[in-house]
Design a protein. Structure first.
Length: 184
């Protein structure tokens, strides 16, 4: 649906679930993504969740498979819309570790930012990221996000406490960045 130079953002299909299962059961990927402590997941449960959602029919929400080199490599999404303040949270996980640190995530984030501001008229995007997740912070900063707050020693992750950083990006800031640089 949305084509970049390195990645394509498209609908998540049932055929993606086997790769998604590998990502969900990878301790490294789960810890990098933050959130709840990692727990195992079976293919049956993953498929059951998918089937429940698709049985509702209609359209997918603003959540995308990330495809690169013809392979499903992860997911990204907008969630927690606040219609009054016109804000939305943004999230991404590249589950295929061989694609980390090569600019694929950064491009997917840029495409999703553009979709949020241009297609959905979001005014501000924000996110949480763990203090030790420097790779993600650098990728977000490169896309224009700035640190807006830091909750010190706020989360427990992989045997230690970590800071929880809030980052944000305003639509106006994105528009001025885009005016200075080529399309994402
Ligand atoms: C976070 C994520 C989307 C970033 O995408 P990516 O394609 O890996 O990132 P990019 O290659 O665009 O940029 C990574 C940046 O981190 C740097 N980097 C790479 N590995 C690093 C490491 N181990 N430690 C610190 N920085 C690192 C790169 O040099 C680059 O920064 P620079 O351009 O300023 O030099 C992706 O790594 C991912 O999905 N990781 C697992 C899940 C996750 O962390 N999700 C985010 C939760 S908030």
């Amino acid at each position: 649906m949305i084509q970049g130079k390195l990645v394509r953002l498209r609908s998540i299909s049932r055929a993606d679930l086997e790769r998604q299962l590998e990502f969900n059961n990878s301790l490294e990927v789960e810890l990098a993504g933050g959130g709840d402590p990692p727990t195992p997941q079976s293919l049956e449960r993953l498929q059951a969740d998918y089937d429940l959602e698709s049985a509702k029919g209609g359209r997918d929400g603003p959540s995308f498979a990330i495809e690169a080199d013809g392979k499903f490599i992860g997911q990204c999404a907008l969630f927690n819309f606040n219609q009054v303040a016109q804000t939305s949270e943004i999230g991404i996980t590249i589950g295929d570790k061989s694609y980390w640190g090569r600019g694929f995530g950064r491009e997917a984030i840029r495409l999703l930012i553009d979709y949020a501001f241009v297609q959905r008229n979001v005014r501000k995007l924000w996110l949480h990221v763990h203090g030790r997740n420097l790779r993600a912070q650098r990728a977000y900063s490169a896309c224009g996000f700035v640190e807006e707050g830091r909750l010190r020693a706020h989360v427990w992750s992989d045997g230690d406490y970590d800071d929880l950083i809030i980052m944000g990006l305003l639509a106006d800031e994105w528009k001025s960045t885009k005016a200075e640089s080529p399309k994402p």
